[in-house]
Design a protein around this ligand. Sequence first.
Ligand SMILES: [Zn+2]
Length: 337
Amino acid sequence: MEALGYDIPEPGHITRLADDLFWARFDLPFRLNHINLYMLDTDDGWVLIDCGIDNVHTKEHWDALLNGPLSQQRISQILVTHHHVDHIGYCGALCDITGAEAWTSAKEGEHAHWLYAHEPADFAALMVKTYTQYDLAPEAIEEVRHRGSRYREKCGVLPSFNLVEDGYQITTKAGVWTARIDKGHSDAHISLMDKNRNLFISIDFLLPRISPNISADIRDTDDDLLAHYFQYLTEMQALPEDMHIFPGHDWPFIKGNLRATALIEHHHMRLDQLEQAAKSAPLTVSTAMDVLFGRMFGEHELYFASGEARAHLNNLKSSGRLIKQQDDAGIDRYYPS
Ligand SMILES: [Zn+2]
C-alpha cells in the first residue's frame, strides 16, 4: 500500500481526484473519526456516493457543500454503497434537500430497512439474545438491554431505493464506472471501477490502513462472511499495482493488490490463533475476543469486536476446523473438530 499525495479536503471543500471524481471528508463521532464521500460529475448532474451519519455535523457539512462547491450543480442521483449508518444515515434527508432519488443494491436496501424497522425494545431484545449467545459480560448485556436501537440513533428515516445491480454503469463526463457487488464487510456492498482509467472506488472493502471490519450479522449470526471476503480479496490480488484506489476511510492509495494479500494473511493468522486456543479450552465469542484483541472495549467497540470474533469462529466452523455447540444457557461454545 502506498498513499497518493492528495490534499485531504477540509470541511466545506472538495478535492478533485480525476476529471470526473471528487472527494469530501466528513467527521464521525467514533474512534474511526471520519468517512470519505465521493462525487461523480456527469452530463445529467452530480452523483453523490454515500451520505454520512445522521447528525447535526453532517447536516452542516452538506449545507456547506451544497451552498458552496456544488451550488450551481444539479444532483442527479444519490448512491449508497451499503447499509452501515456512516454511509446511509443521512440519505433520507439528502434526498429531501436535493430532490434526487436514492440508489443501492437490493440486499443493502432491504437490510437497512429491516434494521430501521425495529422498535427500540425489539432491537434491544435482539442484542440481548446475541450477546447471550456470545457469553459477553453481564454488564454488557444489561447495557444493550436498556440502550434501544443503535441503528436508529444514527440513521434518519430511510427513503425507498432504486436498485443497483452488479454491472450497473454510470457514464460521467470523463469515463464509465461499473458497479461490482460483494459480500464480506456487508451483504451486497457496491464499489465502482473505471478499468480503462485504472480507477477504483473501493469504499469499505479495501482500506489502506485498517482491516475492514468483518463482523457477524446480528440477523444471521452463523453466516460465514469471512469466506466471501476471502473470495473478494483473492480477486483483488490481481489488481494492477498502479490502480488508484479510493476507500471509504483514510486516503487514496495504490498497490491495492499487495494490501489484499496482507489482509488475507491477517485473517488467516487470526483463524490460526483461534484454532490453536480452542485446543486448550473450548472458545466462546467472549474468550475468542480475549485471544484476538486481549483488551477491554467500550460499548461501541465491543459491538464490532464481538462481531469480528464471531465471524472468525463462523469461518472455522464452516471449514470444519471447529465444532459449535450451544449449551443449556444459550451460549455458543466452539470445540476442536
Ligand atoms: Zn461499512
